[in-house]
Design a protein around this ligand. Structure first.
Ligand code: NAD
Length: 444
């Protein structure tokens, strides 16, 4: 039973262009995976938009459609792909270089398709990503001119591929740590800073600016400050464009945002949480630079504080030692291993330990998130939702939120928030899990 007015949503007609900033491991695993799924040789495992269902109404109603049949999402057959990268390799070469997908089973069969995706010259500056050299980069007299060149790329791509709509996802390297400063506060200050080549304006901010100016939703999969600044947030609101980030929530942090709510739910204390990783892909090499690692570290560290609320529970969480390390270790490639040692304590303060050893595949975990974000940001745009899309926090390690709010990190609260937003969009009742009606009023 519907109990609200559905929000008007423009239909998902025509082609949706998905532009990835960066054509490395995550982007190529995403693009190749979508093509393999379209050809029927792979399944969209890990993608909520493709495999997830949503319960509607009471538990007795038996209504649980697939999400993609409940909300009007773009169909995979309508996606076309483009990218920017300072490394000139096409998607086929990049796939082989990254070594995530099996060459014979998953890359060679779609070689022609992948070879046709060549990266546009990037806005790139080694000052922001120290461990990367890129020759396929734009030149311009200042950052404003570079942003204008990105805007032209966006318009040209749309016209060349006959796209009805576009969405941009940052899948590029993690930049050095930048604190919000005066240039980020207003659009006027931001535009002035672009003209004067202010170092606090990083390339990722130029992509976000260009996307919004062209009316294209922008999702940030890295921990870069990027669109998490007042100037860009206001611009997105003014132009009616959805934005969001930061940092795909895939491996260790996903586990953290599942385990720590459990400790809090049971009022178990946490004395320390030591997380370390070995990773051998290019992302690992870039994060080996202390300035890029600092950006990642901030994104990973915030989670526990926000979930465990040490100010409210000082006896349980007031004195946690939390450490996160990422170690570049080439033999493992994209197959990261993440260890967590968690020191917890219970009744009368008795200590206990939990050890987690997650042998994961970084890009295999991230690729379905890129797909879901692209489809949901496009949905948000067609539903005229603008500015920060907090309902998509589910996908991010360090969710962007309105000023004055703390981010919601608990994976299952994020999931409830997202599904209730979908219900709300379609005029269905929110699910509160109260359930008293099954008992108090004798309802079936
Ligand atoms: N894989 C995961 O599980 C995961 C999780 C969270 C966040 N991330 C983030 O996603 C991003 C991509 O990860 P990856 O494993 O694909 O890394 P990668 O190094 O394989 O690919 C990144 C690509 O971005 C390109 N690049 C760098 N600066 C650029 C710029 N200014 N413009 C355009 N392209 C640029 C690089 O040349 C490279 O090809 C990283 O920032 C990573 O931290 C990944």
């Amino acid at each position: 039973m519907a109990n609200g007015t559905p929000r008007p949503i423009a239909p998902a007609k025509g082609k949706l262009g998905v532009l990835c900033v960066g054509l490395g491991a995550v982007a190529t695993t995403f693009i190749a995976g979508v093509e393999l799924i379209r050809r029927g040789t792979a399944k969209p495992i890990g993608s909520l938009t493709q495999m997830g269902t949503i319960r509607l109404g009471k538990r007795t109603e038996g209504r649980s459609p697939l999400i993609k049949e409940f909300v009007p999402l773009a169909d995979l057959k309508d996606l076309v792909f483009g990218a920017w990268d300072p490394v000139p390799d096409n998607a086929y070469q990049s796939c082989l270089h990254c070594g995530v997908l099996d060459k014979h089973e998953h890359v060679e069969p779609i070689k022609d398709f992948l070879q046709a995706i060549t990266p546009m010259p990037a806005v790139f500056d080694q000052f922001y990503v120290k461990r990367l050299e890129g020759k396929n980069a734009k030149v311009g007299k200042n950052k404003k001119e570079l942003a204008e060149a990105l805007r032209k790329d966006i318009r040209d791509f749309k016209a060349k591929h006959g796209c009805d709509r576009l969405v941009i996802v940052w899948c590029a390297s993690t930049e050095i740590f930048i604190s919000p400063g005066p240039a980020h506060q207003t659009l006027a200050a931001f535009e002035k800073a672009m003209e004067t080549n202010d170092p606090s304006i990083a390339p990722s901010m130029l992509y976000a600016y260009a996307a919004i100016m062209e009316g294209v939703p922008f999702a940030n999969g890295a921990p870069n400050l990027c669109c998490d600044i007042p100037a860009i947030e206001q611009l997105a609101k003014d132009k009616g464009v959805p934005i969001g980030g930061k940092d795909f929530k895939t491996g260790q942090t996903m586990l953290k945002t599942v385990l720590s709510p459990m400790f809090k739910a049971r009022m178990l204390g946490v004395a320390g949480w030591y997380s370390t990783n070995i990773l051998g892909n290019r992302d690992g090499e870039i994060l080996d630079d202390p300035e890029s690692f600092k950006t990642k570290e901030e994104s990973k560290l915030g989670v526990l504080e926000d979930i465990l609320q040490p100010k409210i529970y000082p006896d349980l969480y007031g004195n946690i030692f939390h450490k996160v390390r990422i170690n570049y270790y080439p033999p493992r490639g994209d197959n990261k291993e993440g260890w967590d040692n968690i020191d917890i304590f219970g009744w009368c303060g008795y200590p206990m330990q939990i050890k987690v050893d997650f042998l994961c595949r970084d890009s295999i975990l991230a690729a379905p998130l890129v797909l879901d974000l692209a489809l949901f940001f496009d949905l948000a745009q067609r539903a005229k939702l603008s500015g920060i899309q907090e309902w998509l926090s589910f996908y991010f390690k360090s969710p962007q939120v309105a000023p004055g709010l703390y981010p919601e990190h608990d994976l299952f609260i994020q999931q409830t928030k997202m599904k209730n937003t979908l219900r709300w969009l379609m005029g269905e009742a929110s699910i509160t899990h109260l359930g008293v009606e099954y008992y108090e009023y004798g309802e079936k």
